[in-house]
Ligand binder design. Structure first.
Ligand SMILES: C[S@@+](CC[C@H](N)C(=O)[O-])C[C@H]1O[C@@H](n2cnc3c(N)ncnc32)[C@H](O)[C@@H]1O
Length: 224
């Protein structure tokens, strides 16, 4: 359904346009921002540091999602034993940078904020200003996409998402289950492969636009 009152939406850290396009399709005024150019060549994309745009009067900030390699639980081991060719100091410095970027978005002067990020380790949580646990972990299959990928949504001023057209998940170790997990199993991190691994899910993006795009009525209940 088209929006009664279009919202001004900033989608930070997005080159794919997935979330931007989902909001614009419902009549909102959505812009993506990334230090990379838009993959679809859209003229509703700003190339640069999204932190420089946070004071520009947005109704809704979506961050989908900031670089998380040093913040997420799966990266914890590198803080004890750095990968070949890297120093421990550089690992901890990148953790500080990642936490600072997350903090800037999470504490932005915008009423409604969603930051998407995997589960974080304790060193990341300790560095993030006003850290709160994610409101929910969603899965692409809750929104009709045959993929397993737990996606944490850190929400401020927004209610949890409700599943739309959920699928029935297969047993994870079955052949079908392995196919659903392929996003985790994809090996390599070459120029093109990394884009596929970080690209956002259209089903979740559509649910965000449909369920959060109508929240202009202040009487609606909001998460803290
Ligand atoms: C994990 S990827 C997210 C990609 C996103 N899910 C999509 O579908 O396009 C993180 C993105 O954050 C961008 N990025 C990193 N620091 C940024 C900053 N300060 N401002 C804007 N974008 C930034 C990177 O260039 C990268 O594209």
């Amino acid at each position: 359904m088209m929006a009664d009152k279009p919202l001004k939406v900033l989608v930070a850290c997005e080159f794919s346009g997935t979330v931007r396009n989902a909001f614009n399709a419902l009549g909102h005024d959505a812009w993506s921002c990334d230090i990379l150019p838009a993959e679809d060549g859209s003229n509703r994309h700003i190339v640069g540091d999204a932190r420089d745009l946070l004071n520009d009067g947005w109704d809704l900030l979506m961050v989908a999602h900031p670089p998380c390699t040093r913040l997420c639980l799966s990266g914890l081991r590198w803080l004890h034993t750095p990968p070949p060719g890297r120093t421990l100091e550089s690992m901890w410095a990148e953790l500080d940078e990642g936490a600072e970027l997350f903090s800037a978005f999470w504490n932005a002067p915008i009423e409604r904020v969603c930051v998407e990020n995997p589960k974080m380790h304790r060193h990341a949580k300790a560095r993030i200003r006003n850290y709160q646990e994610p409101t929910q972990f969603v899965q692409p299959w809750w929104f009709g996409e045959p993929v397993f990928k737990a996606t944490g949504l850190y929400l401020r001023g927004l209610p949890a998402l409700t599943p739309v057209d959920p699928l029935t998940p297969p047993v994870q170790k079955s052949e079908e289950g392995k196919a659903w997990s392929k996003i985790h199993r994809a090996s390599g991190w070459n120029k093109d492969r990394w884009r596929e691994r970080v690209r956002f899910f259209p089903g979740i993006a559509n649910a965000m636009a449909a369920q959060w795009g109508g929240l202009v009525d202040d009487s609606l209940p909001m998460a803290a």
